[in-house]
Design a protein around this ligand. Structure first.
Ligand code: HEM
Length: 558
């Protein structure tokens, strides 16, 4: 018995020693051997601390980025969730272009892909490798300039509906006077952009500007709310690493997602089958079905004769991508519009100047009476208005809805840098123009960080100055990015496929709203928070959820 106890104790001791050795190896020794320790980075006050809040919270990240660049250069070592998680934060234009261009080396982390897939399926946002390539190839024709222009009338229709709704609300409040009405523009614009993406996505009218009762609309809305709810971070992490946990112990959110997915599968599944039938009938009868929505385009492109059978995607993939367009294309556009209107309210001179430019091309008859050709020709003019273009670019630069993005290196790599790299001792080696990144490391792509960089954009980089776009500094002109030297729509093979679509939506809505209403700020202070996207909150009222109240009145030129 004694012998047994002795050997049991020895076994326990050996196991404990092994665990300690494992922990020391992974928490102390291996991290120190990580090549990322050869570059400078901010210290940590606590051994288990991290820099994530500092670099991801838009309330402080501009100051943090500025300080880091001054002290540590543009290639910065930061700590992720633990000592084993050393990361690269790059504010070097050459490095970020390298990372975004080499999308097969720098993939999206499996954890975020799994989370997205669990909600909307494995569409373009979450897929990697060949699957992503195939989906992107099928979807690209749907987003061509020509196809996007075909969506202009429906964007006008929804912009006009929102305008009419707000006009009614203002007039109902006070029938005699045109007083200011406090409107949460974030909420209302989100309803309108949902309507737009519903019609543009699969020719389906959620009618959310009127009311929020449509079954499919509610399913998407509730599901996306689960995605952005911050209330259960531990559970979310456990669910990602151990999916069985959610099956065995489902909570309210799991049930909600399941219920929403059933509705989407049923209603959107039927829409897909109906479209397929129409396309097949059109082919049979010789008069091709002319549906202009993304679903019709995707289905047509998927059966195009120049696409080999192995490059085609399944009905399931089609549904996942329509879900993806809903997810990636509704809040991003509505937040851009919300931030733009807030900035215009905060800068009344810019608002008046913009209104003057927009009114100069306002037709004499009501927008809702224009023919399709007239709408197309009007949009052609609007899209080229210089001050509107400057306002749009400046708003997206100053408050990009996607605050930052994350990539993981799938192999060891040497990332080139434009600026010299600072060593861990703070010394700058002028000849050192690359950073060694080991496989498995996370790389932070600071979308907002680049947009607000004073060394690139000038000392007024944090200010709203639409005129800057008339003479950009050389450094800004050299920045990589799909959209006007910003990373707001990312860059490279994984950049935003919906940029043209959102430009039509943003310019059309601003045109309609600013020619009909005047926007003023309320007493409340609006702050930014990064909740999947950069969203507005009333200072001190975070728990009330994202909102952006403005005082809105009818514009009259008298
Ligand atoms: C102002 C509006 C928008 C902004 C700021 C925006 C921004 C972005 C950004 C930054 C990415 C890259 C994400 C990453 O690398 O992690 C992205 C990807 C994507 N966006 Fe957008 N987006 C907008 C509107 C739209 C719209 C309207 C659609 C569709 C109708 C859309 C569909 C997509 C898709 C499918 C991807 C994934 C592309 C891929 O990985 O191949 N986006 N968007």
């Amino acid at each position: 018995m004694e012998l047994f106890l002795l050997s049991f104790k020895t076994l326990l001791l050996a196991t404990a020693l092994l665990l300690v050795a494992y922990a020391v190896l992974h928490l102390v020794i291996l991290p120190r051997r990580n090549p990322l320790w050869n570059i400078a980075g901010p210290p940590l006050r606590k051994w288990f601390g991290n820099h994530l809040h500092a670099v991801l919270d838009p309330a402080i990240s501009p100051r943090v980025h500025e300080l880091y660049v001054k002290k540590y250069g543009r290639s910065i070592r930061i700590r992720g969730i633990g000592p084993w998680d050393e990361r690269l934060l790059t504010l070097d234009p050459l490095s970020v272009a390298h990372v975004l261009k080499h999308s097969t080396i720098y993939e999206k982390p499996w954890q975020s892909r799994k989370l997205i897939t669990s909600l909307i399926g494995c569409g373009m946002l979450a897929a990697e490798g060949q699957i992503h390539k195939r989906q992107r190839r099928v979807a690209t024709p749907a987003f061509s300039i020509q196809n996007m222009r075909a969506l202009v009338p429906l964007v006008f229709q929804k912009g006009t509906e929102l305008k009419d709704r707000w006009s009614d609300m203002i007039q109902q409040t006070d029938r005699n006077k045109n007083s200011d009405l406090r409107i949460d523009i974030c909420h209302w614009i989100s309803r309108a952009t949902f309507d737009v993406i519903g019609l543009a996505g699969f020719d389906y009218n959620f009618d959310a500007i009127r009311d929020e009762t449509n079954e499919l609309f509610m399913a998407y809305k509730e599901m996306f709310e689960v995605a952005i709810s911050q209330g259960r971070p531990i559970r979310t992490i456990v669910g990602i690493y151990f999916p069985l946990f959610n099956t065995l112990f489902p909570d309210k959110a799991v049930h909600t997602v399941k219920r929403c997915q059933r509705v989407i599968h049923r209603v959107a599944g039927e829409l897909i089958q109906e479209k397929k039938r129409k396309i097949a009938e059109g082919e049979k009868s010789g008069s091709a079905y002319d549906g202009k929505d993304l679903l019709s385009m995707l289905l047509k492109s998927n059966i195009a004769t120049d696409l080999s059978p192995e490059d085609r995607i399944s009905d399931e993939d089609i549904l996942h991508n329509i879900n993806t367009f809903m997810f990636a294309g509704s809040d991003t556009s509505s937040l851009t519009l919300t931030w733009t209107l807030l900035l215009l309210a905060q800068h009344p001179d810019a608002q008046t100047r913009l209104r003057k430019e927009l009114l100069s091309v306002l037709p004499s008859n009501d927008l809702s009476t224009l023919t399709e050709e007239e709408v197309q020709s009007l949009y052609g003019i609007i899209s080229n208005l210089p001050y509107l273009h400057n306002i749009t670019r400046e708003s997206i630069r100053l408050i990009p809805p996607v605050h930052s993005s994350l990539r993981v290196a799938t192999q060891d790599d040497e990332i080139p840098t434009m600026y010299p790299v600072h060593g861990p001792d703070g010394k700058v080696d002028e000849s050192r123009r690359s950073v060694t990144v080991p496989k498995g490391s996370f790389v932070h792509v600071a979308v907002e960080g680049f947009s607000l960089d004073k060394e690139i954009w000038g000392d007024d980089a944090w200010k709203f100055n639409p005129d800057r776009w008339d003479s950009l500094p050389e450094a800004a002109q050299e920045l990589p990015g799909l959209f006007s030297n910003t990373l707001a729509f990312s860059a490279g093979p994984r950049s935003c496929i919906g940029m043209r679509f959102s430009m039509i939506e943003i310019k059309t809505f601003i045109y309609i709203l600013v020619t009909h209403f005047v926007f003023k700020t309320t007493e409340e202070k609006i702050i930014k928070a990064n909740v999947v996207l950069t969203r507005p909150y009333i200072s001190g009222k975070y728990k009330e959820g994202s909102q952006c109240p403005l005082l809105v009145s009818l514009y009259s030129d008298e």
